[in-house]
Design a protein around this ligand. Structure first.
Ligand SMILES: [Zn+2]
Length: 181
């Protein structure tokens, strides 16, 4: 895969715990428990894995971040934390991409989750209560141009979905700063 993408094979990775910590990567490494990684180092791939949770890539001037945001992370403010850290690093978020995640079409949740998210209540296609996780994540990126890849990991084919079949597999979201940026 690295050959196809033409990027180094050593990446910065984390153990995702559905919290709100974002770590800064300076070199390829395993950076412990967190749910977001940011870097300003060119050609240092940073990556997270998801299977229904919301994957995000945030891009600033000379800085990029990847975030794993499930409902607990969104409720804890992990997206806003990355937004704030990039601003503090002098590289405010200019644009963001939200990758494939479980849509409100399929993401049936209890009232505890809707309460924790603080709104964004929807209904599934079968009429059960659900929540718009991507909308809630996006709300933590004020003024940012956000592109949403409108695919549902549960009902659109070709994705790993934990809700669908408890798969141990993950979609990987990897980002890096090009050498000559
Ligand atoms: Zn769906």
């Amino acid at each position: 895969m690295c050959g196809v993408l033409d990027i180094p094979s050593a990446w910065a990775l984390i153990d995702q715990i559905h919290g709100c910590d974002v770590v800064v990567a300076y070199a390829p490494d395993h950076l412990g428990e967190a749910d977001g990684i940011m870097t300003s180092v060119p050609l240092l791939p940073i990556a997270i894995g998801t299977a229904d949770c919301v994957p995000l890539v945030l891009t600033g001037h000379q800085t990029v971040a990847v975030i794993h945001a499930g409902w607990r992370g969104v409720a804890a403010g992990v997206v806003g934390e990355a937004f704030r850290m990039m601003e503090e690093a002098g590289s405010a978020v200019r644009s963001a991409v939200i990758g494939p995640h479980i849509g409100s079409c399929c993401y049936e949740v209890g009232p505890d989750v809707i309460d924790a998210i603080g709104g964004f209540a929807k209904s599934t296609t079968s009429g059960a209560p659900s929540v718009d996780l991507a909308g809630a994540a996006r709300a933590q990126l004020p003024g940012v141009d956000v592109t949403v890849i409108d695919k549902c990991t549960m009902h659109d084919g070709g994705f790993y979905s934990h809700r669908e079949n408890a798969t141990p597999h993950r979609q990987v979201t990897v980002a890096w700063i090009p050498q000559d940026s």
